[in-house]
Design a protein around this ligand. Structure first.
Ligand code: ZN
Length: 309
């Protein structure tokens, strides 16, 4: 008899051994260092760390009161210019790689093969031309001819890797987003981190908050409207075992799936501290606080509340 359902998942992502921050057109980017080498890893083996580390950046944004009174896109730009955010974003990317927004934002990839219009997911300005979109993510390299748009077979121009390296590291490196010329604006990573943190908070409030029915309905709508898409899967084989292999087109899509799994697998290992709101990995099912300091502070606050009644 099968007592426990256990699916053997596998997935592959690529990162570089070293990243750097550079400025272009007054926008700060993270991109691979010239001497960095590619490394493949399975993001699902460390999904809790990825979620927690990303939400720590989100919590830093969310905890800042000024964001509520300003244009959020400008705020992410402003944050990308601070040492504090540059450090945490560079740390995150050095551990897990770039998000793959070039794969995430377009609704389809026809534009690479044909001269089609490009349509983007809701997060990106829909008036961005194809060339502008490509220039947003590919580092201005003298060898790249920007008078023409890129094509699917344009690996030599865009990968910055030689054929031997591609073969050694496997098929995923054939993708544009693993190019050494591929860069992402720091502001986009901060923006995504905050949106994941906010989603996690919304789910928590929906489940445990004391909400009036109308407000509960509103929270439910927000949860149901979350983008989790473009994920496919196939048979995989690893160490002679048949595996359920996820094919993610971007780390961003993988992280959306990680949060969905975290919230629905019955254990919810990555949680937000009930006192300070910081994300942490729960070591047991009952854990509600990230530190004993927060647990003690919460106990004192609760005792006070009871006394005042
Ligand atoms: Zn705490």
């Amino acid at each position: 008899m099968i007592k426990e359902e256990k699916i053997e998942f596998m997935s592959k992502w690529c990162k570089y051994s070293k990243y750097k921050i550079e400025k272009n057109n007054n926008i700060l980017y993270v991109l691979p260092d010239e001497n960095a080498v590619p490394i493949t890893y399975d993001p699902f083996e460390i999904k809790n760390d990825i979620l927690k580390d990303l939400m720590i950046i989100g919590e830093m944004v969310n905890g800042d009161e000024t964001i509520k009174f300003t244009n959020t896109n400008l705020t992410y730009e402003a944050k990308s210019k601070t040492k504090e955010f540059q450090k945490v974003v560079l740390d995150f990317v050095s551990k897990y790689g770039l998000l793959g927004n070039f794969r995430y934002f377009p609704k389809n990839f026809d534009f690479l093969e044909k001269d089609n219009e490009i349509s983007y997911s809701s997060k990106l300005d829909s008036s961005l031309s194809i060339i502008d979109f490509e220039q947003r993510y590919f580092w201005p390299d003298k060898k790249i001819d920007w008078s023409k748009k890129m094509t699917v077979n344009d690996l030599h121009r865009n990968s910055g890797l030689d054929a031997n390296l591609i073969q050694v590291e496997g098929d995923r490196l054939n993708d544009f987003i693993f190019s050494k010329n591929y860069a992402e604006p720091i502001s986009e990573i901060i923006d995504f981190a905050e949106s994941v943190y906010v989603t996690k908070g919304v789910i928590g409030t929906y489940l445990y908050g004391n909400l009036e029915p109308d407000l509960k309905e509103f929270y439910a709508e927000t949860i149901l409207n979350q983008e989790v898409y473009k994920i496919n899967f196939k048979y995989g084989i690893e160490n002679g075992k048949i595996k359920f292999q996820w094919n993610f087109h971007s780390l961003r899509a993988a992280i959306n799936a990680m949060l969905l799994l975290n919230e629905t697998n019955g254990r919810t290992e990555v949680r937000l501290c009930k006192y300070c709101g910081k994300p942490f990995i729960a070591e047991n099912l009952k854990a509600e606080y990230d530190t004993t300091t927060c647990r003690n502070k919460a106990n004192i606050a609760n005792t006070r509340k009871r006394k005042n009644k």
